[in-house]
Design a protein around this ligand. Structure first.
Ligand code: AMP
Ligand code: ZN
Length: 465
């Protein structure tokens, strides 16, 4: 037992230090006025991240400058390469050793300014990992005597394009965050694959979610099965994309299916196999319109195709190993096909939903946010755009945050905390981490506001200094 524990003692070879300093960082020296200021902490999975974000008040906005400034952002990712996936103990020990120094650096960056409140991820996520961030946040809140906001991690992903609009300079007449509500979000990461309808800041409904593994997990495992070992490095989803399309967009040659019938057809490859779209048929054999995602069947189709031989007459798999390892070109075809089929599956639930609305309601939704680690995949953006266009939803804009804001980060937690705080919400110091926390208020159990610990505040007014 002791030797097992010792195997996971944190030492620096076990952590990937990714001190990300986005170009958007603004020094305190350049902003004379203090407005709403938050220090934010994210520790829900394997990224330890701390940020300091400031949001200006309305008079500043009237000058058409950015509505927010990022003063500090760093993150350290636990090194999962030893385990080929996220290892809970390695991630926990990384948070335990890395969070203190990051908070210290963030506080030094504040110079003598004191934040107005602390933002921290409360859930959903690994409970012990969340605790590291939440307990540190409570300590800061108690010491500084300032409120704390326990943030929903997925709400923060969905709001990220609004954060981006606030950080960017704007010449528009209004600096209201964009997109405005309602909008749809595809949240696709290592832990989640969901389509969400965001009606307001706290009012979201889950339109489709995965019933088995996440898209990120599917692509990671597919990469490990498909890629030659020499090309395999984390994040595996990105390695899969680069392997599939070494020349980038000029390798795509993609045309979206014109209708659902075409979408459900298997595309036979020159190698004799075809990957079937998930949830294609109901038990009765009709086209399934189930609002759900599923990626495990697609993954096992890939793994079996790589492993087993094929009957030359029927084309179906037989229970014998392949005579020879698949060649590189066949592996590349497989990498392309699994992404195409998985991404069309994502898109199909967006168009199924939009087609179910009245013309007026469909016209009111003109934004699809795509966020989470998988959103950094450029082929995904290409497929979604082509798919929406050919199905008559060309008016729906794709909003994809830059990569460092697509993956887990404390800046999005700071922004979600900011929006909640300004709307009058804070949390009490009794709050505990939440392993599961539904974002969907119609699920009966929770929704963002359905958990304990919210203290409704009056609209915040900063004391005059
Ligand atoms: P997150 O859980 O949001 O940190 O996202 C991590 C997931 O995103 C992992 O499954 C990664 O393999 C995946 N990912 C990162 N970059 C890409 C990419 N370019 N294409 C596909 N998946 C990616
Ligand atoms: Zn996430």
């Amino acid at each position: 037992m002791l030797s097992h524990l010792r195997a996971f003692q944190p030492h620096h070879g076990r952590h990937v230090r990714q001190a990300l300093k986005p170009a958007v960082l603004v020094s305190f020296a350049t902003t004379a006025r203090r407005n709403l200021l938050t220090l934010a902490i994210e520790t829900s999975c394997d990224d330890t991240s701390v940020a300091v974000l400031e949001k200006y008040d309305s008079p500043h906005n009237n000058e058409h400058g950015p509505a927010a400034a990022l003063h500090f952002h760093e993150k350290v990712t636990a090194n999962s390469s030893v385990h080929k996936g996220i290892h809970p103990i390695v991630a926990l020990e990384s948070h335990q050793s890395e969070l203190g120094p990051l908070v210290q650096k963030a506080i030094l960056s504040l110079q003598n300014w004191k934040p107005d409140f602390i933002s921290v991820t409360r859930g959903p996520g690994m409970r012990s990992n969340l605790s590291v961030g939440l307990d540190t946040a409570k300590g800061l809140s108690a010491a500084w005597r300032i409120p704390i906001v326990g943030v929903h991690h997925m709400q923060a992903h969905a709001l990220t394009p609004r954060l981006m609009s606030a950080l960017e300079s704007s010449s528009a007449t209004t600096n209201a965050p964009s997109p405005g509500f309602p909008f749809l979000s595809l949240l696709v990461s290592g832990g989640h694959s969901m389509l969400v309808n965001s009606v307001s800041l706290t009012h979201h409904t889950t339109l489709a979610t995965t019933h088995d593994i996440s898209l990120g997990d599917c692509l990671d495992k597919a990469a490990r099965a498909i890629l030659p070992a020499s090309l395999l490095s984390p994040p595996y989803g990105r390695a899969l994309e680069h392997f599939a399309f070494p020349a980038g967009e000029s390798d795509y040659h993609y045309s979206a299916p014109k209708n659902r019938e075409q979408e459900l057809q298997r595309r036979k490859t020159p190698y004799g196999w075809a990957l079937g779209p998930p949830l294609a048929e109901t038990k009765g054999g009709r086209s399934s319109k189930k609002m759900a995602y599923s990626f495990s069947g697609l993954l096992s189709g890939v793994v079996r195709t790589l492993q087993f031989a094929r009957d030359p007459h029927t084309g179906s798999l037989v229970k014998e190993p392949r005579a020879a390892e698949p060649e590189l070109l066949e592996r590349r075809e497989m990498a392309r096909e699994i992404m195409r089929v998985a991404f069309e599956h994502l898109a199909s639930r967006v168009t199924l939903y939009l087609s179910s609305l009245s013309d007026q309601d469909a016209a009111s939704i003109n934004t699809l946010v795509v966020s989470g680690g998988v959103a950094s995949n450029l082929f995904l953006r290409h497929v979604l755009r082509k798919f929406l266009d050919i199905r008559g939803f060309g008016h729906v804009q794709l909003r994809v945050p830059p990569v460092e804001f697509c993956t887990d980060n404390a800046v999005m937690i700071a922004w979600a905390g900011m929006e909640m705080f300004e709307a009058g919400y804070a949390s009490d110091l009794f709050i505990r981490p939440l392993k599961t926390w539904s974002m969907d208020f119609t699920e009966g159990d929770t929704g963002i506001l359905g958990v304990d610990g919210w203290t409704e505040r009056k609209a915040y007014k900063k004391p005059e200094v």
